[in-house]
Design a protein around this ligand. Sequence first.
Ligand SMILES: Cc1cc2nc3c(=O)[nH]c(=O)nc-3n(C[C@H](O)[C@H](O)[C@H](O)COP(=O)(O)OP(=O)(O)OC[C@H]3O[C@@H](n4cnc5c(N)ncnc54)[C@H](O)[C@@H]3O)c2cc1C
Length: 449
Amino acid sequence: MATPARDPAGPAAGFWHDGRVIEQEPVAARRRPRPRVVVLGAGFGGLHATLGLAGATVDVVLVDRDNYHGFWPLLYQVATAGLAPEDIAHPIRAIVARQANVAVRRARATAIDLDERVVQVDEGAAIPYDYLVVAVGSSLSDYGIPGVRSHAFGLKTLPEAVRLRNHILGAFEAADSDPAGAPEGLLTFVLAGGGPTGVEMAGALAELIGTNLAVDFPHLDVSAARVVVLEATSRLLNGFSARSQAEAYATLVARGVEVLLDAPLAEVTEAGVRLVDGRELASRTVVWTAGVRANPLADSFATPRALNGTVEVEADLSLPGHPEVFVIGDMARRAGRGGAPLPQLAQVAIQGGRHAARSIGQRLEGRPTRPFRYHNHGIMATIGRRSAVAELPGGLTLRGTLGWLSWLGVHLVFLVGFRNRVVVLFNWAWNYLTWDRASRVLLEEGDDG
Ligand SMILES: Cc1cc2nc3c(=O)[nH]c(=O)nc-3n(C[C@H](O)[C@H](O)[C@H](O)COP(=O)(O)OP(=O)(O)OC[C@H]3O[C@@H](n4cnc5c(N)ncnc54)[C@H](O)[C@@H]3O)c2cc1C
């Protein structure tokens, strides 16, 4: 088959897909001087798709509901007062300021019209596109468990992390003001889900309570505070090796965390949790770290979806039947080498974003796109101070202090913004030397009286 002719004034005359030219160039593109690529979401995937289009003869519109790019792997550190919110967020406009072909639009995408090639947004005019990269991530899934949405704390966004930090600090203040009148479970903190986020949050919370809060509240019996991890299966850190799972368990228990395995949740209420086996636990703080599903924007597509809402994509990450649309990161479902779906990890999104940018360039030049190949950089989780597991490709596993140092290094490298790196490094060094988790400021709206 002949390669579609190149149009010197704009994009190629057709899209290659599975060895066929299946569609003519978007009509709208012919009216615009340069094709427009709309990127939805400036998270790991969307940001790297945008950066990958630097120098391409396209105009990029980068759309996000927030004005910052957030580094979610450190969100739990904000919730446990180790870092300030600004330390793990960077203004989107500052990141792309030097990329001349990018315009940033702060808006929430509400629907995608694939036929009209237009994105509907909550603020301002709808945004037409010639190419679209959908990278709006995931949102909480409650697995149908009653009370999760109304009574549990989520840990997916910066406002949620700040709200949780306020709530935890507020619980200690309330207990200190009136120890006798404190409701049952006020100082019991439940992490629902023993994956990396639950384990990391539990380790950090135990450290915050045992060090800083024990000093901050000398008249309170802080040792009565409990951190409990509830895990529905028989293992923590699903996806890690059995040895790492055992190490995570032993380290958490040694640090005073209660870990309940085979403990699926039946209900969350204002007063605590009830397990499927009937056990009840009083708690005023239940943190849901267990489940995510694709962002509801995926409902815009009539193409096949997995149970968790993720969108089945072609080998090049395009939407079936729509070679001009790419779905990447947590939104997408694509099998990896062994046949299992690629995990919802930052590296999958980053590499997917770069791949989508390359594919758009290939389409513009009338060349066939290539299948996405994920290069596994490994997985890691920290269990608290000087303890982490890092499972790297090739069977190399780092544990304890070495694992922890590699965890610190990787997170610093991928954190966006030089200032953020310096501030986070300083905070960690400060915390390491003094045990001081410095962001213990209760930020609540109040009056000035
Ligand atoms: C607490 C936590 C800890 C994690 N820890 C790790 C870890 O240690 N290692 C790891 O590899 N992965 C980790 N992950 C997973 C990792 O963060 C995700 O896999 C990754 O962020 C997915 O990238 P993405 O681009 O698909 O989505 P995101 O990075 O989540 O970006 C989505 C973007 O879309 C924006 N957005 C959402 N909805 C809309 C809308 N309707 N309109 C416009 N903009 C919208 C959001 O504001 C956001 O900027 C963690 C996730 C969480 C929540």
